[in-house]
Design a protein around this ligand. Structure first.
Ligand code: ADP
Ligand code: MG
Length: 254
């Protein structure tokens, strides 16, 4: 990836606020997503991390703020939100695959139904990404036949096959054992090589160290800190986990 590519601004979030009733959950969030970023979002439970990415995807209606994709206001430039979600998508921990469809069908359906691709073309694209995440030999399996790590990898392949350029993942490795966590980390690193930007909410220090380029500390509905994963950033995040400020596996508050 060239420096120029990595600077390309894909998504910009400005002044994002979200209230649930009287409660102010997001208090005016600003952040940009550049091509090729792999950003991890860490912060205590209940601080608003999931609400943030649900708002960015318009699964929740923001109370205030502007979200722009490639410089254009999303609500003005996208006639339908499903189309926007093929550019900026979310992978939940469990709910991204249709249980009644095979892995391949899961990776094809969005391309055909939302993007209007022909089935054969969609299958070829799906196969390319399933191979990329090491799932080519499971194309005929149904989700219930897969391990948690395999489901997550299939869901990531499905998300990329639909042409997304920004992918938000909400705790993709929670509930996975160490081996499967490493598989997902490996996939995220490979996704990075394709130039897709990834925002991953995680409590998993090892996942962060394995694959993230940037870190956002989220606290009480605000971005408390933001830095790159250079040597200084690495030291900072280790301290954060050791001090138990994050609800990670090393947290004292758990
Ligand atoms: P995190 O992902 O950081 O753990 P969430 O974004 O899930 O935090 O939640 C932040 C706060 O917003 C929590 O107090 C939660 O109870 C509240 N919240 C989330 N979704 C809703 C909702 N649909 N209605 C009311 N309150 C909600
Ligand atoms: Mg959450």
């Amino acid at each position: 990836m060239t420096a120029e590519q990595s600077k390309e601004l894909l998504l910009s979030v400005q002044g994002l606020k979200k209230n649930f009733g009287e409660r102010e959950i997001l208090k005016g969030i600003d952040f940009d997503v550049h091509k090729g970023d792999v950003v991890c979002v860490i912060g205590p439970s209940g601080s608003g991390k999931s609400t943030l990415i649900r708002c960015v995807n318009y699964l929740e209606q923001p109370t205030d703020g502007v979200i722009s994709y490639r410089g254009e206001n999303v609500l003005e430039c996208f006639k339908n939100l499903p189309l926007y979600r093929t550019k900026v998508g979310m992978v939940f921990q469990q709910f991204n695959l249709f249980n009644n469809m095979t892995v391949l069908e899961n990776c094809v359906v969005g391309q055909v139904k939302v993007l209007g691709k022909k089935s054969e073309e969609a299958k070829a694209i799906a196969m390319k990404y399933l191979e990329h995440v090491g799932m080519a030999s499971y194309i005929n399996a149904k989700p219930h036949q897969l391990s948690g790590g395999q489901k997550q990898r299939a869901a990531i392949a499905s998300a990329i096959a639909s042409g997304r350029s920004v992918l938000f993942l909400d705790e993709p490795t929670s509930g996975l054992d160490h081996k499967h966590m490493l598989e997902v980390a490996e996939v995220l690193r490979e996704v990075w090589d394709t130039g897709i930007s990834v925002y991953v909410i995680t409590h998993d220090l090892e996942l962060i160290i394995e694959c993230c380029t940037d870190v956002i500390h989220f606290e009480n509905g605000t971005i408390a800190d933001q830095y790159q994963m250079d040597a200084e950033g690495m030291e900072k995040i280790r301290k954060y986990f050791i001090q138990g400020k994050c609800c990670g596996k090393w947290s004292k508050s758990d």
